[in-house]
Design a protein around this ligand. Structure first.
Ligand SMILES: *[C@@H]1O[C@H](CO)[C@@H](O)[C@H](O)[C@H]1NC(C)=O
Ligand SMILES: *[C@@H]1O[C@H](CO)[C@@H](O)[C@H](O)[C@H]1NC(C)=O
Ligand SMILES: *[C@@H]1O[C@H](CO)[C@@H](O)[C@H](O)[C@H]1NC(C)=O
Length: 978
């Protein structure tokens, strides 16, 4: 059973009450996509932000069809100095149903570096009265011209040292007491990583590994903190720690090493009387080598705590033991001649522990669900509601005396350890994903950690004790590890589970999808996807978190973005990544295979990250600005491959990796077909984008191109004698079928049959690599073989997802890089790669059948196992938090034994939206006999039955599909088939 931590229970109760207690005002407000409720210091970086909010529902389940008819926003400046002018905007009552991406319509832009507050209220179709106002929501704007300010300010220096490992810096400064402090705002960027301290304390304690990794010469991110509460009149002290990060990463795999770490800092203090003062990073600071003797993303940290100076960031600190010296002025990392810029980090930071993950869905809530604990089965691994800190579930000492523990969950993070021992005692912590098994180990002590698959990354931390009287606690500062097991070598004391805890570390996000079923294999896969996804959002989407790699591989990012956006709120995160991609796009449109990176041109299935992420962000969030922002880049990108295509045709289309890592012994399918798939896919996206943006010339041009390419794809790759594509492998059939318009109607049946036969011949197993695995499940569901797709996803024999956690070697709690990771040797063999997680999108969009791409019209079409395969998916429960509110879908098949061929479906549709709910026949040729909602008959094949026409119900005479159109509210349907 999923163990429920007492805290998580409390937590769930708390959540439930917040979700339910929305009085009458709009809630979960967003401004410029920032979620107000979870953003601490809300900084808006543009002069005309958009607003989104959710509309409250009462708990009266008969309350339906709630629509917004008008809204009002009031916004005003706050914290004014004597001479500042009050800024005030009242939208007045605006008649509009729009409740997401609502524009700022005031004629005056927001000003730079200003505090504001806003509130809003709405009018609903159900009442003549306005809702209550929300509370005033505070935010501030950033310094909009931060780049120019920094580039042109000669007093502001990047400081560091080329001579010593200078990684701790301090300065004291005097704040005059002539007038009260109005505000104190810091801007800081430290490369690779920095931590900021003020008057002794870390500013924003859970924020880690900041700023985000970028192509620094093109884009350096700078963070801002409001420290008004932390500065006082008189003397103050500021401290900065620096780490290497990706800026000074040890070169192992072609990493770029730009030079020693450096930082830039500026503090603006404004006084009520209108005066200002500034503090800069310059040579009036002093620096030294602190306790961190070495730090590296891949290799961890060496920390000698005898160098700790607890008061180093406090006023009056005097250190007679270490040498503090003047830092050097170092070169700016930004290359202005390459259009390099320094910009505000406009996305949630990386955080550790409970601050890293927020919740919009109620995990372990069975209200409105047909599922209960027993249906779900045992899920191995930690719960996301465990508070972001994992404790060992097992701990043991090997023959050699090494202490090893098992967290029971693979993840990205580090260990926080409690030691007791003499000063100068050194202890060494290694991290690993798996325990060595005899078949793959060079070390036959079977309970030792296996680290060969980390390759050259040592993934270890070394800690030298201070010798504190009771105990001392260590956790690393500027590294992160991907691991499930830890071994402590040379531990000074006998550690127990109480001395070990491991914070989970990733970019701050919100869980917005919860998907669970009566199929325990699917549930475990979903668990592994969510943990794998969280492990791979580290300021940018990475391939893996553990070995000497951890890069922004674009193929992995493109394959998983749909899944990731169902599970987590990541709009700002992916917008940042799109910016990073565009930063390194060459004039001719080409982009590299990984970003940051220089591997040009990308394999088309890698470069597709640019069009795919743009399109998926639009589909999931419905904000047309995303398409506008990247349209030219996507077009330029597609044109690059069009040039390449003009030279080679599809038959020889450029390809580098093909359908990467199919399960041995199966080879890759035709590489040119695999990359042609990406080209057609991207032309199709561009065509769709041009339609949404009404760029008619492009729509015409790319329609013609796409049409032409579909014909060429078919003629180049279709084998007329065998009636299959290319070599007949699953990948070739799945990719051809996935592309609209490629497979002509007269051979479609044969191609599908060939694919299905091949899968059956392989014992219902895939032979697909990462590109075609993302397509094969939807293709089967769309082509009359949903049962087979369910059989495949339920498989636990090699090769399958289920095999990853049902094999003699390992109970995986994340997804493997290779279908055969268990038996493959050292080298490329990660146990936490997210690229196969693409199947998670199929869970939401096919198994639960949720499609949000029509913005305020939600389509819900759960795909049904046929009656004789219903054991594969008898019950399902899915929550998805959309920008409008929570969507809930729960069904059960043949719930009442006396009624075969029936489905009970509960759905919750959020206010201000409508839904098309589509019922599929439960067996081939099935016809709907009866469709009931609550206790009213909506449809009956028996003409003598009285029908309630409260909803629009349609029957598709060809497919037998039944569609019900509803507004917001909770519904309970019963559909009977005969
Ligand atoms: C929900 O129902 C409870 C009990 O019937 C009631 O006290 C409460 O006011 C209701 N809440 C809302 C928001 O209508
Ligand atoms: C700054 O002040 C706030 C409010 O009192 C406090 O919560 C925070 O911990 C302080 N930060 C530092 C670095 O002292
Ligand atoms: C490719 O060929 C087409 C037709 O011959 C031409 O219109 C187009 O400009 C070419 N595109 C590139 C990028 O070379």
């Amino acid at each position: 059973m999923l163990s429920l931590h007492p805290c998580s229970l409390l937590f769930i109760i708390f959540l439930w009450s917040t979700v339910n207690s929305h009085s009458l005002s709009p809630f979960d407000v967003r401004i410029d996509h920032h979620k107000v409720d979870t953003t601490r210091d809300l900084i808006i970086n543009i002069p005309r932000p958009q607003f989104s909010w959710k509309i409250p529902t009462s708990n009266n389940t008969s309350h339906r069809n709630i629509e917004q008819i008008a809204y009002q926003i009031q916004l005003e400046s706050t914290k004014l100095s004597r001479n500042d002018q009050q800024f005030h905007w009242d939208s007045k009552r605006i008649v509009s149903s729009q409740s997401i991406h609502v524009p700022y319509t005031n004629q005056h832009d927001l000003l730079s570096s200003t505090y504001y507050q806003f509130r809003l209220r709405i009018w609903l179709s159900t009442s003549d009265e306005a809702s209550e106002w929300t509370n005033w929501i505070q935010f501030r704007t950033s310094m909009f011209n931060i780049h120019d300010y920094i580039i042109n300010n000669n007093d502001l220096l990047w400081i560091g040292s080329t001579k010593i490992n200078m990684n701790e810096f301090r300065k004291e400064f005097l704040v005059p007491n002539t007038s009260p402090i109005k505000s104190a705002i810091v801007y800081i960027s430290g490369l690779g990583y920095y931590e900021l301290y003020l008057n002794g304390n870390k500013v924003d304690a859970s924020r880690k590994l900041d700023p985000g990794w970028t192509t620094y010469e093109k884009r350096t991110l700078i963070a801002s903190f409001d420290v008004t509460m932390n500065i006082t009149a008189g003397m103050n002290a500021v401290g900065v720690k620096l780490g290497s990060g990706w800026y000074s990463q040890e070169q192992q795999h072609g990493e770029i090493r730009y030079g020693p770490p450096r930082f830039i800092f500026t503090l603006f203090v404004s006084f009520e009387n209108g005066e200002e003062m500034q503090v800069f990073s310059d040579q009036s600071w002093i620096g030294r080598e602190g306790s961190i003797k070495h730090d590296s993303v891949y290799n961890g940290e060496i920390y000698d705590s005898r160098g700790d100076r607890p008061d180093w960031a406090k006023v009056g600190f005097n250190d007679s033991l270490s040498a503090w010296t003047m830092p050097e002025s170092l070169k700016s990392p930004i290359n202005v001649s390459m259009n390099g810029i320094i910009v505000i980090q406009d996305m949630p930071p990386i955080r550790a522990g409970s601050d890293a993950l927020h919740f919009e869905v109620l995990v372990d809530n069975y209200q409105q669900s047909y599922l209960n604990h027993d249906d779900i089965g045992e899920i191995k691994g930690a719960s996301l509601t465990d508070g972001g800190i994992l404790k060992p579930i097992d701990i043991w000492r090997s023959d050699s005396g090494v202490l090893t523990f098992d967290l029971g969950q693979n993840m990205a993070g580090w260990c926080r350890l409690k030691f007791h021992g003499p000063s100068g005692f050194g202890t060494y912590i290694r991290h690993a994903e798996v325990i060595a098994v005899p078949t793959i180990s060079y070390n036959h002590d079977t309970r030792n950690i296996y680290t060969e698959n980390l390759r050259e990354a040592t993934a270890s931390d070394t800690y030298i004790l201070r010798g504190d009287l009771l105990f001392e606690v260590y956790e690393p500062t500027f590294t992160v590890h991907g691991f499930r097991y830890g071994s402590i070598f040379n531990s000074p004391n006998a550690l127990t589970v109480h001395d070990i805890e491991c914070p989970v570390v990733h970019s701050e996000t919100t869980l917005k999808g919860h998907f669970t079923t009566s199929n325990p294999i699917v549930n475990q896969i979903q668990h592994n996807i969510q943990w794998g996804q969280l492990s791979n959002i580290m300021s940018l989407p990475t391939d893996c978190p553990q070995r000497n790699e951890r890069r922004g591989w674009m193929g992995d990012a493109a394959l998983t973005v749909d899944e990731a956006l169902y599970n987590f709120d990541l709009i700002k995160f992916y917008q940042n990544f799109l910016n990073l991609i565009v930063d390194v796009q060459l004039d001719d449109g080409e982009i590299p295979d990984f970003v940051p990176g220089r591997n040009y041109p990308a394999d088309p299935n890698w470069g597709t990250a640019l069009p795919t992420i743009t399109w998926q962000l639009y589909r999931h969030y419905g904000d047309i600005h995303i398409l506008e922002d990247y349209y030219d880049n996507v077009r330029n990108y597609v044109e690059y491959y069009r040039g390449s295509y003009n030279k080679t045709g599809l038959i020889n289309f450029f390809c580098r990796y093909g359908d990467w890592v199919p399960p041995p012994p199966y080879p890759q399918s035709n590489a040119h077909l695999i990359s042609s798939f990406a080209f057609l896919h991207d032309v199709y996206i561009l065509l769709n984008m041009s339609q949404v943006l009404e760029r008619k010339n492009d729509t015409n041009m790319y329609s013609m191109l796409y049409q032409h390419l579909t014909e060429e794809f078919h003629s180049a790759f279709f084998n007329k004698t065998s009636n299959f594509y290319a070599d007949g492998m699953q990948a070739a059939q799945a990719l051809a079928l996935a592309l609209p318009g490629v497979v002509p109607a007269n051979v479609r049946g044969a191609v599908v049959d060939h694919l299905v036969n091949d899968i059956s011949q392989k014992g219902n197993h895939v032979t697909t690599g990462i590109v075609s695995t993302a397509q094969i499940y939807p293709v089967l569901s769309d082509n009359g073989h949903h049962d087979l797709a369910l059989e495949m996803i339920s498989s636990t024999t090699y090769p399958s997802f289920g095999y990853m956690f049902t094999n003699p070697y390992e109970n995986a709690t994340t997804l493997w890089e290779l279908w055969d990771s268990a038996v493959d040797g050292p080298g490329m063999n990660s146990r936490n790669h997210i690229m196969f997680g693409s199947v998670g999108a199929w869970f939401y969009s096919y198994l639960a059948g949720l499609d949000l791409s029509l913005s305020n019209i939600i389509t819900i079409r759960p795909r049904m196992a046929s009656e004789n395969k219903k054991h594969l998916m008898k019950k399902l429960d899915c929550q998805l938090s959309s920008l409008y509110g929570l969507i809930h879908v729960s069904y059960t098949r043949d719930e009442r034994d006396t009624i075969d061929n029936s489905i009970l479906l509960r759905v919750t549709i959020p206010p201000n939206t409508q839904a098309h709910i589509i019922f599929e026949p439960l067996f081939a040729g099935g016809q709907c006999a009866l469709l009931i909602e609550g206790n009213q008959v909506l449809w009956s094949s028996d003409s003598s039955t009285t029908i309630h026409r409260q909803f629009n119900v349609e029957k598709d005479s060809i497919t037998g599909l039944m569609t019900v159109h509803v507004g917001s509210g909770q519904y309970e349907f019963l559909a009977l088939w005969k």
